[in-house]
Write a protein that binds this ligand. Structure first.
Ligand SMILES: C[S@@+](CC[C@H](N)C(=O)[O-])C[C@H]1O[C@@H](n2cnc3c(N)ncnc32)[C@H](O)[C@@H]1O
Length: 301
């Protein structure tokens, strides 16, 4: 990312004073951050205020108002969970499944279907739900990667919903506010192809150990996953079979050690579990697929 000079661009000496101030405040990438702050500020007064906020410990993304995620610029308001780079792995997994669900491009569309897209052609868009959406980064990235997506997103937190509306509007998505599935329109029941739920999964007792940028500046409800970190995941999984389309997929990010228990939770609800791990991003995604057909009753002995 490069900064273009703005009316707030300070002379070289002032610029290096900003870098020093940020470095003294503990910002490891002080030069990069200074560049971003300078490019985001509209006036010198604006820039001074932004540097103050950052030096006082506010996350950079809250100060400049956006985060880069899957190559997109996602608006992030103060008090809203900042999308993490590791969550791009969940988006990659969901994108591959969504493209397979979409099937080959209809005749007349440009280009061959990507490798692995062996599903049958279908007349309707891929229905995507970004549950516990925060800024809506996951849903926005999925809609950008998938042709013909119908995007829905939901969160319990009013600030998150306001922010998500800005990010998913471009994709023609709808954002609802409420507890998990409660605010969703009934017409989505049994129709969701991709249910991406980056729920809170930090055990309650460990929230206090998170770095201050999360613990102080992100809402508790975005971090706290209950006693073992899996309480929200269990609630989402419990109702997922009613909302997923046959063959639809539910995806969660978890810690590596939570993954076996999460997979077991999915299996208990009749979903076929799979665990995907990215060493590069140091993250784990647990995927549950609703079987396309009911299993045949076993033959009587
Ligand atoms: C870890 S953040 C993830 C946000 C976003 N999906 C992302 O990856 O950037 C979890 C989000 O879940 C939301 N949340 C927590 N409990 C919820 C509930 N019961 N119903 C709906 N949303 C909830 C929080 O408000 C927060 O925005």
């Amino acid at each position: 990312m490069s900064a273009s000079p703005t009316s707030a661009s300070p002379p070289g000496q002032a610029r290096s004073a900003i870098v020093t101030r940020l470095r003294d405040a503990g910002c490891v990438f002080a030069e990069d951050e200074a560049r971003l702050l300078i490019s985001a500020a509209r006036t010198p007064a604006d820039l001074a205020a932004m540097v103050d906020r950052r030096a006082a410990g506010q996350p950079l993304e809250h100060v400049i108002g956006w985060a880069e995620f899957c190559g997109l610029r996602i608006a992030v308001d103060p008090g809203v969970f900042i999308p993490r780079r590791r969550t791009e792995f969940l988006v990659r997994q969901a994108t591959a499944l969504a493209r397979r669900a979409a099937g080959p491009a209809p005749a007349g569309d440009a280009g061959p279907a990507p490798a692995g897209d062996e599903g049958a052609a279908r007349p309707r868009p891929v229905v995507i739900l970004d549950l516990c959406c925060g800024s809506g980064a996951v849903g926005a990235a999925l809609a950008a990667a998938v042709d013909r997506a119908e995007l829905h997103a939901a969160d319990i937190d009013a600030a998150a919903v306001r922010c998500a509306r800005r990010n998913v509007a471009a994709a023609g998505g709808q954002v609802y506010q409420g507890d998990l599935y409660a605010p969703l329109p009934a017409r989505l029941r049994g129709r969701i192809d991709i249910l991406a739920a980056n729920v809170p999964y930090v055990p309650t007792g460990e929230v206090g150990l998170l770095p201050p940028e999360a613990r102080v500046h992100e809402p508790w409800v975005a971090l706290d996953g209950g006693a073992d970190g899996l309480e929200v995941l269990r609630r989402v999984t419990g109702a997922a079979p009613q909302w997923l389309a046959p063959g639809g997929h539910l995806l969660f990010e978890t810690s590596e050690h939570q993954a076996p228990q999460a997979a077991e939770t999915l299996a208990r609800r009749g979903l076929v579990p799979r665990v995907a791990r990215s060493r590069a991003l140091n993250t784990t995604v647990v995927i549950g697929t609703r079987p396309s057909r009911r299993p045949r009753p076993s033959a009587a002995p």
